[in-house]
Design a protein around this ligand. Structure first.
Ligand code: ADP
Ligand code: ZN
Length: 757
């Protein structure tokens, strides 16, 4: 028996090995194995079991890792698709399929000794007083950890062993599962009666579930054709305004999938994977007719917890998985439904190789395995909405909030004129200040949003012109007042904040801090409203795992009046008592050098506004802006997604930006700027040779990247826009594999990049 294996070191090649007699039952496609490779022993994954090999003198597999083949053939296939579409080595794609803790197997199950009472036949043997005491406790509890027993009785292990010798108890190791949510008490929920919009959306999904059959045979990656087009009728775009009840539709769709004996994967952005979100799923499925474990996968779990969660899925005990990006690879079998909530979120894109987009991988996986896919959002991405209008996805619309609750009233405040009304550049406009004051008086809650942490974003000397910049990156340093440091938000370089201008010839004591961050918003708020209880939530205030829960918990129970935060507070949170949301600086994201700047701003404003008025009192939103008439701000004010889409399409079409094309972003990095620029020119010529005669293809650059220098590396970019991405990826892969770059130059390829920085 022969096994073909890809190694976990990226060689872009596969090798044949003999399967020794004693391992035959254990080796299948997807099994992870330890194999000899040259003088070393390395790990690999069996990708096929060929009849014969063209090589002679095959070496043997040494060991099988894990009892159950760790990678299912279907998921393995997905990795092949990722490698070909995202232009990376298969090994690199395979590596991301398993959590580190599962791959390493260092973190096994945690075992503990348990003492269990055995049935007593006839008379109880004569026991000492001590033994009798211990025995009574075991009998009462039937089973308990040995450690606990000893602590409770004050006895030694010897006493328990004696009872075992007498045949009264059994002492054996048992797996102790690490459950990251063990301390939560969950109150079961029942399906809610749906409103007509929800019912219509659900009916379409259920109909699709009935029309799909789970893929028995593993389809070849080629037959899944990486066009990301989705199979018509089985990929849904659920466009529902904030508070329209999308989650209830997800829950009932999962129920329908379980009815048909098939599991589900739910992807949510890492940032909205709050205990609140997880609880909604657990509350529905941890009891009732489809009782199943709900596994949770995200980056804040410990290695041990991740190990246990993953194996619960692999063993089929957890048939629902909820997680961030990489949960798309969860070994749910058979899979009936994939849900991608907030499908427009950029955090679904992985920023290092393999640079996959989990939403697009979800669509491909759905097609490969015959599963239905629901992409949900209040602000769909331009790409997905275009696919829906073209009929590639089925569009499901839920334009009203539950119980006809009104969408919040959004007021845009022109900050240019506020500058005249109050002296200097105010942080809070007069109407926003008044709004906050009223809410505090009425004991309602306020959320204030600014997508920039720190105290102020630049330090300048007005006398000599000195600007505090990062020595490693081409950006200025942010002042963090509570720590008294200047810090780079790219490389984390930090330095003590100076009191006088650091230029030796200047030493001006009047240095100026400008540009506003959340820390300063918080401070100013405390001064303006000394009686208010204010908390801040951004990555600076969340140092420990529990911080997030603590702050949100305090806000929910009314211990906090005003919550200030970055995008962390923009997503998915549901606080009925929040009646005012303030956006401090709405045009912050508008002027980024990115063709998606308008789209992002629209999405962010809509999401943040969606936090207001989710309870009985109507919500109000104040949007402070220096460019109040920008379409992204005006369409967000009117809650008009379709209007925004129309005008955005008009801007993108003539330039051939997505959704009219797909983008490949090639980035070159090196410490010598001249060499980087020179290599970039060479790369452009190479690419031109690959795509000669292709219609509608645009190559822009090379040019310095928006972040021209990061972590001491100079960066140049080439942007290719075309309609035949799978073909381009394939050519780029071959071309780049055959290229020799100067020693210190690296080239990366990002297909469908989310971040153009
Ligand atoms: P979305 O995900 O679209 O923002 P949610 O699913 O969070 O909306 O729903 C908003 C609120 O409405 C939640 O409190 C939810 O429990 C409630 N809800 C959803 N569907 C119904 C329904 N059919 N009947 C009553 N309440 C509902
Ligand atoms: Zn830096």
């Amino acid at each position: 028996m022969i096994a073909r294996v890809t190694l976990e070191i990226a060689l872009r090649r596969e090798f044949d090995y003999l399967v020794p007699e004693e391992l035959r039952d254990q080796v299948t496609v997807g099994t992870r194995v330890k194999i000899p490779f040259g003088p070393r022993q390395v790990m690999g994954v069996v990708t096929s079991l060929p009849e014969s090999s063209t090589h002679t003198n095959l070496r043997s597999i040494l060991k099988v890792i894990g009892k159950q083949s760790q990678i299912t053939p279907k998921v393995l296939n997905l990795a092949r698709w990722i490698a070909s579409y995202y232009c990376c080595a298969v090994e690199t794609a395979i590596k991301s399929l398993l959590p580190e803790a599962v791959r390493k197997e260092k973190e096994g199950w945690r075992e503990r000794l348990f003492v269990r009472a055995l049935p007593v036949h006839g008379e109880l043997p004569k026991l000492t007083k001590r033994q009798l005491e211990v025995w009574h406790l075991v009998e009462e509890r039937r089973e308990l950890p040995l450690q606990e027993l000893l602590e409770l009785t004050g006895a030694t292990a010897e006493v328990a062993r004696r009872l075992e010798d007498r045949g009264l108890v059994e002492i054996a190791p048992q797996v102790l599962e690490r459950d990251p949510y063990a301390h939560e008490t969950i109150i079961p929920t029942q399906p809610l009666p749906l409103n007509p919009e929800q019912a219509a959306a659900l009916a379409r999904v259920v109909k699709a579930l009935d029309g799909l059959t789970p893929a028995r045979e593993v389809p070849s990656p080629a037959s899944a054709s990486p066009g990301l087009d989705g199979s018509p009728g089985a990929t849904f775009l659920l466009h529902g305004v904030t508070g329209s009840g999308k989650t209830e539709v997800y829950l009932q769709a999962i129920d329908a999938s379980l009815d048909r004996g098939r599991g589900a994967i739910v992807l949510v952005p890492e940032i909205s994977l709050t205990p609140q979100t997880v609880e909604r799923f657990k509350a529905r499925f941890s009891s009732g007719r489809h009782q199943t474990l709900v596994a949770v996968l995200h980056s804040h779990l410990s290695a041990g917890e991740r190990h246990d969660e993953w194996h619960k899925i692999r063993q089929g005990r957890a048939r629902i998985v909820i997680g961030a990006r990489s949960a798309i690879f969860a070994p749910v079998e058979p899979l009936g439904l994939i849900i991608v909530d907030e499908e427009h979120e950029h955090s679904y894109k992985q920023e290092e190789a393999p640079r996959y987009h989990a939403r697009d991988v979800a669509v491909v996986r759905g097609r490969m395995e015959g599963a239905a896919v629901i992409l949900g959002s209040a602000t769909p991405s331009m790409e997905s909405y275009a696919n829906a209008l073209k009929g590639k996805y089925t569009l499901l619309e839920m334009p009203t909030r539950i119980d006809d609750r009104k969408l919040p009233l959004v007021r845009v405040i022109d900050m240019r004129s506020e500058g005249h009304k109050q002296k200097g550049l105010p942080i809070f406009s007069l109407p926003l200040k008044e709004g906050i004051r009223q809410r505090l008086e009425r004991r309602e809650q306020v959320m204030l949003f600014l997508n920039r942490r720190g105290y102020s974003t630049s330090l300048q000397c007005p006398k000599c012109g000195y600007v505090a910049g990062c020595p490693n990156c081409s950006i200025s340093l942010t002042f963090h007042r509570s720590e008294g440091v200047l810090r780079c938000h790219v490389c984390s370089h930090s330095a003590p904040a100076p009191r006088v201008c650091p230029e030796t010839s200047c030493r001006n004591p009047e240095i100026r801090y400008s540009g506003l961050g959340t820390e300063k918003v918080e401070e100013t708020l405390r001064k303006l409203f000394p009686q208010a209880r204010v908390a801040r939530m951004d990555s600076d205030t969340l140092k420990r795992k529990e911080d997030y829960r603590t702050i949100l918990g305090d806000f929910r129970t009314g211990k906090i009046d005003i919550l200030v935060g970055t995008q962390m507070i923009a997503k998915g949170l549901h606080f009925p008592n929040v009646t005012l949301v303030g956006i401090i600086h709405a045009d912050l994201s508008l002027h980024m050098p990115d063709f998606r700047a308008g789209e992002r701003t629209f999405q962010l404003l809509t999401q943040v506004s969606g936090r207001a008025g989710r309870g009985d009192v109507e919500g109000e939103v104040f949007v402070q802006a220096f460019t109040p008439f920008h379409p992204a701000i005006q369409f967000a004010r009117r809650h008009d997604f379709a209007g925004f889409y129309e005008q955005e399409i008009e801007f993108r079409e003539p330039l051939g930006y997505p959704p009219f094309s797909r983008v490949a972003l090639l980035t070159l990095k090196g410490r010598n700027e001249e060499k980087v620029g020179f290599s970039a020119e060479h790369l452009r010529k190479g690419v031109e040779g690959l795509v000669r005669g292709w219609k509608g293809l645009v190559i822009a650059g090379p040019a310095p990247a928006p972040l021209a220098r990061a972590e001491t590396f100079y960066r140049y970019q080439l942007m290719i826009r075309c309609r035949q991405m799978p073909a381009l990826s394939a050519r780029l892969a071959t071309y780049l594999a055959g290229q020799e770059w100067p020693d210190d130059i690296t080239v990366t390829v990002d297909i469908d990049p989310a971040n153009l920085g």
